[in-house]
Design a protein around this ligand. Structure first.
Ligand code: DAH
Length: 367
């Protein structure tokens, strides 16, 4: 009986012993993780080399975190999950500390400034812009589009018929002299077009009436290059063919155009001569460059001619097989360079071709 009694006590004592031992181990691994956490928190990183030292000491393959993993052998199975979570937290903390300090010191050990002035003006962007000729061409197109004109284009290499003959300018007509031509073939059949009026003929030949078109494009003439003239320049041609079109319609379209582009109807319409229109007129605007005081652009007259226009000559309609008894219309043609010079007060046409960035940059915000 006594023996049994002793045995009972021994058993209780052993059980107590193992419980206490377990608790001790548990306290031990948790404490070790806590200590490691504190150590990581307090580790001072002050330069690039201590960033690397920190990584090797804690996150490296032989580092303290790897080392702590072996504690798992001492952890009772019901606490293994908790162990895993705790060690994971410490690992994340160490990684965050490492990446943050690495970013800060990576610039040759210099601390990168992270407090910058959000209100400072931004760096100037290097975006391009449109050429002034393109800007004005687009403005002209948009004005005519608003009153129902559509854009049509034609070839820059043209034959005699479309550039001259069909426009009532037969061979040996003296008016051909006004357009000094770059011929491309010895028989003078092919040339660089001297004006955009060739597109009028090509459009009328299609015989789809009524017609209300504008034709922007590049043209060529054998001119001596100067502040006022160049061998290559740009025009916009207009053509309106319908039944019962009058000179009053032409005038209204020109007034509308002047008002929209220059902001004023202060224009001058002078009788003139073109072989393809009858009657013909030229339109002048006040010289904005010298404010009508007189300069080389307005040839000291105070006025600058910007376009030619008139009622389409019945002979031209006939050349395109259009019944000139039934249909009539008006046409106009303007130089984009001249208009751009007036709008921006540019006194030398050669600037458009020089590709000088200082000149072109001034138009960037207008695109
Ligand atoms: N083609 C003429 C030139 O280049 C400009 C012109 C004048 C066009 C009168 C026209 C017009 O359509 O009707 O000088």
């Amino acid at each position: 009986m006594f023996f049994l009694f002793i045995c009972f006590f021994i058993r209780i004592g052993r059980k107590n012993q193992t419980l206490q031992g377990q608790k001790l181990i548990e306290v031990n691994w948790k404490q070790k993780i806590e200590e490691l956490k504190l150590e990581i928190e307090q580790y001072k990183i002050e330069n690039a080399s201590s960033v690397e030292k920190f990584r090797i000491a804690y996150l490296g393959t032989k580092g303290r975190l790897k080392d702590s993993m072996s504690l798992i052998a001492q952890v009772p199975s019901e606490s293994k999950k908790e162990f895993g979570l705790l060690i994971n937290d410490v690992k994340k903390m160490a990684e965050t500390k490492w990446t943050e300090t690495k970013d800060r010191y990576e610039n040759n050990g210099e601390q990168k400034s992270i407090d910058f002035d959000l209100t400072a003006p931004s760096f100037q962007s290097l975006s391009g812009g449109h050429h002034p000729i393109s800007i004005v061409r687009r403005r002209i197109i948009s004005i005519f589009e608003r009153i129902g004109f559509t854009v049509e284009e034609g070839p820059e290499i043209e034959d005699d018929w479309h550039n001259f003959t069909a426009l009532n300018l037969p061979k040996n007509h003296p008016a051909r002299d006004m357009q000094d031509t770059f011929f491309l073939t010895p028989d003078l059949e092919w040339m660089l077009r001297t004006h955009t009026s060739n597109v009028q003929i090509r459009a009328m030949e299609r015989n789809e009436l009524p017609l209300r078109i504008i034709n922007p494009g590049r043209v060529y003439r054998n001119e001596t290059i100067s502040a006022r003239a160049h061998c290559t320049f740009h025009q916009v041609e207009g053509l309106y063919i319908d039944e019962g079109v009058s000179f009053a319609d032409l005038k209204q379209v020109i007034y509308f155009f002047a008002k929209e582009l220059f902001g004023s109807e202060n224009i001058r319409m002078r009788p003139s001569y073109f072989p393809f229109t009858e009657p013909s007129a030229e339109v002048d605007v006040p010289c904005f460059i010298c404010e009508q005081k007189g300069c080389n652009i307005c040839k000291y007259t105070g006025w600058v001619e910007i376009l030619g226009c008139g009622m389409v000559d019945p002979a031209v309609l006939k050349n395109c097989n259009i019944d000139s008894e039934k249909y009539n219309g008006f046409a106009f043609g303007m130089g984009i360079e001249r208009i751009t010079m007036l709008l921006y007060q540019i006194d030398d046409l050669r600037l458009f071709w020089q590709n000088d960035i200082r000149f072109l940059q001034q138009f960037r915000s207008n695109s």
